[in-house]
Design a protein around this ligand. Structure first.
Ligand code: 5GP
Ligand code: 5GP
Ligand code: 5GP
Length: 220
C-alpha cells in the first residue's frame, strides 16, 4: 500500500443489475462480441470488490501494479459470465492508459485491498468466491422478486429478502425506479456486515423510490 493511503476497513461487493445498466448505456455489450443483440444477463453481475473506510470514503489506485490479463486466464470463464463488462468503452486506468473493465477494477480498487488480497489473481478469485457464496439473484427470486418489465416491487421487501437470506443489510442504488446496483458488505475476514455507513454518508446514491423494478433489457 502506498504510504499516503492507510489500510482499508471493510469490503463492499458491488453488484450490478444488467437490465438496468444496459438501459442507461442504451446497449448491452458482452464478452468480445461487443453490442451484439443478445440482451442482458438475468442475474446480478459483479461490478467490483471495493475496499472502503468506515467514514464513507475509500482509497483508490494504491500501487502501480498494472493489470495483466494472463494472470487471470484460469478464471476467464467465470469472469466472462459473472463479472462481464456490459459497456463498450475502455475505461481509463489509474495511470492514464486505457484498459479493460477488469483492469480498471484491479488498478483502482484491487491494489488497495492489501494485505487481505495479495495479488491480481487473488483479487478476482476472491470476488468470485464471495459472489458465489451470497447468491442474491437466487435469494430475490426465492422471495418472488424476479426480472420483469411490468412488475414493481416494494424496496423494503427486496431489502428484507436479502436480510432474511444473509442476515445483513445491503445498499441499493436505483436509476429512476430500476434497481441498478446492490452492494453487500464484509469485514476484512469476509464475515458479512451491514453496509450502513455508506447509506448514512451518501443518501443520494441509495435513495430508491418505495417501489422499484428489476427490468430486463431486450435490444431491439
Ligand atoms: P458513482 O459515482 O458512479 O456511484 O461511482 C463512481 C465510481 O466511484 C465507482 O465506479 C467506484 O469505482 C467508486 N465508488 C463509488 N462509490 C464507492 C464506494 O462506496 N466505495 C468505493 N470503494 N468506491 C466507490
Ligand atoms: P463526488 O464529489 O461527486 O462524490 O465525487 C467526485 C469524484 O471523486 C468521483 O469520481 C468519485 O468517485 C470520487 N470520490 C468521491 N469520494 C471519494 C473517496 O473517498 N475516495 C476516492 N478515491 N474517490 C472519491
Ligand atoms: P467505476 O465506476 O468502477 O469507477 O468505473 C467503472 C468504469 O468501467 C467506468 O469507466 C465504466 O465506463 C467502465 N465499465 C465498463 N464496463 C462496465 C460495466 O459493466 N459496469 C460498470 N459500472 N462500468 C463499466
Amino acid at each position: 500500500l502506498s504510504s499516503n493511503q492507510r489500510e482499508f476497513d471493510y469490503f463492499q461487493l458491488a453488484l450490478q443489475w444488467p437490465g438496468t445498466y444496459c438501459r442507461t448505456t442504451h446497449k448491452c455489450c458482452q464478452k468480445n462480441g461487443c453490442c451484439r443483440n443478445s440482451g442482458a444477463p438475468q442475474h446480478f453481475t459483479i461490478h467490483g470488490l471495493w475496499p472502503d473506510y468506515n467514514d464513507g470514503t475509500w482509497p483508490s489506485c494504491c500501487t502501480k501494479s498494472n493489470f495483466d490479463e494472463k494472470e487471470i486466464s484460469t478464471l476467464r470463464k467465470d469472469l466472462d459470465e459473472y463479472w462481464p463488462s456490459l459497456s463498450c468503452g475502455s475505461p481509463s486506468s489509474c495511470h492514464g492508459h486505457k484498459g479493460s473493465f477488469w483492469g480498471h477494477e484491479w488498478e483502482k480498487h484491487g491494489t488497495c485491498s492489501s494485505p487481505v488480497v495479495k495479488d491480481e489473481y487473488n483479487y478476482f478469485r476472491t470476488g468470485l468466491t464471495v459472489y458465489f457464496k451470497y447468491n442474491i439473484t437466487e435469494a430475490l427470486s426465492d422471495a418472488g422478486y424476479v426480472p420483469s418489465n411490468s412488475e414493481k416491487y416494494p424496496l423494503g421487501g427486496i431489502i428484507s429478502a436479502i436480510e432474511n437470506a444473509f442476515h445483513i443489510s445491503p445498499t441499493v442504488v436505483c436509476s429512476g425506479d430500476a434497481v441498478k446496483e446492490l452492494n453487500l458488505c464484509f469485514y476484512k475476514d469476509f464475515k458479512p456486515r451491514d453496509c450502513a455507513t455508506r447509506s448514512r454518508m451518501d443518501n443520494s446514491k441509495t435513495s430508491c423510490p418505495k417501489f422499484v423494478s428489476l427490468p430486463t433489457y431486450d435490444s431491439s
